[in-house]
Write a protein that binds this ligand. Structure first.
Ligand code: GLU
Ligand code: MG
Length: 467
């Protein structure tokens, strides 16, 4: 379980002693430096690193970094809000020691996700990880509800030698193909070894559909740890691939046409150790609370898209009939509905049943995405929201009148549409708080402006190697 306590100047109780012991132990294992990692509003992983001997100081006093990154765009230009984007000020990055690991794919380095607080020891209102910790802690305290989550990771493997930042798939075999598995055999075996050494419990790894595409899925954890793990796994995939002369892209659309990279989120709500998505009287074993939770997420999907699909390139991926889930609909194991109700197999359902949210990609800040999805679901639970009828098959085939009658809407087709939906969603904006909500809006609008006049191929190229 993740530490839900906020960092404090001087260190969380016990952290400095623990960091001192860890620093000695890591140094003995050949670790020289620690990567302190977070994700900005645009979904870019940002880091500071310190020598391993400075880990106790980092646990006590944090490491400085400007708050300006909260309004960085994916291309490293800066937008501003009322309070963010200025060159003034400093924040302290505090590693979560529970999540610290020696990086098997980057010998000599350890890694830890951070929370960011102000120099006065206050929560930084722009910190996504702090936001998610607060949502999760409040749900447990107020409602007795806890969550499990996992992020699926899809990526494209290209040759590092491709000219002009282009993408040349490093494998040529068919989707889900044995050929492709053999082609990337050494790299994926090293990846599995690295994940195991880092305590990452991999469920599956397989060749996916698009050119050069693979997917890895990992076991569910509490939401904060699941978001942390998503960063760690991507760091590991990148590092292992680089050692094999390969380049990876987690961009939503590596190429403008065809199937993109998803970052589907799996989420389940639990009460008193029982999974609310199984063993109930509702549809497919859902409890009434799980149905309402699902309804709450469904109702807000258009606005949530601004958080879960935050890049102009996200909308090259979000197309019908490509398993990206672009319609406001749910269905049991329906891969074209935005919400796929996963029941799990008989015998495992009490553990495995969950809600899969598909219109999410890996440009999303996973802390913001999970926090907003949970808030939407809890709002559905609080109002006993009614889950509409499920769909089967591809909603793209529904006649317009039937789709309208069933409330099946196409999700935003552009980032500007998604931002307009987000602006109109008071619950999401209030949940994020004004600083984060304004950062989301300003950064998304900045991304829209950054691609003005570009065609689809140029948009894909602009973001191809940023994530
Ligand atoms: N690549 C698809 C996407 O963009 C997902 C394929 C799958 O269902 O795993 O979401
Ligand atoms: Mg997949």
């Amino acid at each position: 379980m993740t530490t839900l306590a906020d960092p404090v100047p001087g260190g969380r109780p016990g952290d400095v002693e623990r960091a001192t012991a860890l620093s000695g132990e890591l140094a003995g294992r050949g670790v020289h430096g620690v990567v302190l990692a977070y994700v900005d509003t645009a979904g870019i992983g940002r880091v500071k690193t310190v020598p391993v001997a400075k880990l106790p100081a980092a646990a006590a006093w944090g490491v400085g970094m400007s708050p300006v990154f909260d309004t960085f765009l994916a291309n490293d230009s800066i937008v501003t809000t009322d309070v963010l984007g200025s060159p003034d000020g400093d924040l302290r990055l505090y590693p979560d020691l529970d999540q610290l690991v020696a990086l098997a794919g980057q010998p000599g380095w350890a890694w830890a996700p951070v929370d960011r607080i102000t120099q006065d020891g206050e929560r930084h209102p722009g910190c996504g990880r702090t936001f998610l910790r607060r949502i999760v802690a409040d749900a447990e305290r107020r409602l007795g509800v806890t969550f499990k989550a996992a992020v699926e990771i899809e990526w494209a493997v290209g040759r590092a030698t491709a000219p002009e930042d282009g993408f040349e798939p490093a494998v040529s075999g068919p989707a889900y193909g044995a050929v492709r598995q053999v082609e990337l055999s050494d790299c994926t075996a090293d990846l599995l070894a690295a994940c195991a050494a880092q305590g990452v419990d991999v469920e599956q790894i397989h060749p996916e559909y698009a050119a050069g595409q693979f997917e890895i899925s990992v076991g569910a954890l509490d939401p904060v740890a699941a978001a942390d793990r998503s960063l760690l796994v991507r760091q590991t995939i990148r590092a292992v691939a680089q050692r094999h002369g390969l380049r990876v892209s987690f961009a939503p659309a590596v190429l403008a046409e065809g199937v993109g990279n998803g970052g589907h989120l799996h989420l389940s709500a639990w009460r008193g150790g029982a999974n609310l998505h199984s063993g109930g009287q509702g549809r497919h074993g859902m409890t009434a609370e799980a149905e309402s939770f699902t309804a709450g997420v469904l109702a807000r999907l258009p606005a949530l898209t601004a958080v879960t699909a935050p890049s102009p390139a996200s909308y090259l991926r979000l197309k019908p009939s490509q398993w990206a889930g672009v319609f406001t609909a749910w269905g049991r194991e329906t891969r074209e509905a935005a919400l796929r109700v996963v029941t799990g197999t008989r015998g495992l359902r009490d553990q495995a049943a969950n809600l899969e949210v598909k219109p999410v990609d890996l440009a999303a800040n996973p802390y913001l995405a999970l926090g907003c999805l949970i808030a939407a679901g809890l709002d559905g639970m609080a109002s006993s929201a009614r889950l509409p009828e499920e769909i089967t098959g591809d909603p793209a085939r529904l006649a317009p009148a039937e789709a309208a009658a069933r409330g099946v809407r196409r999700l935003p087709v552009s980032l500007s549409e998604a931002v307009a939906e987000f602006r109109g969603d008071t619950l999401l904006r209030d949940t994020l708080g004004p600083v984060l909500a304004d950062a989301v809006t300003a950064v998304r609008e900045g991304e829209v402006a950054a691609v003005a006049g570009l065609d689809d191929a140029q948009v894909a190229a602009a973001y191809r190697w940023r994530y």
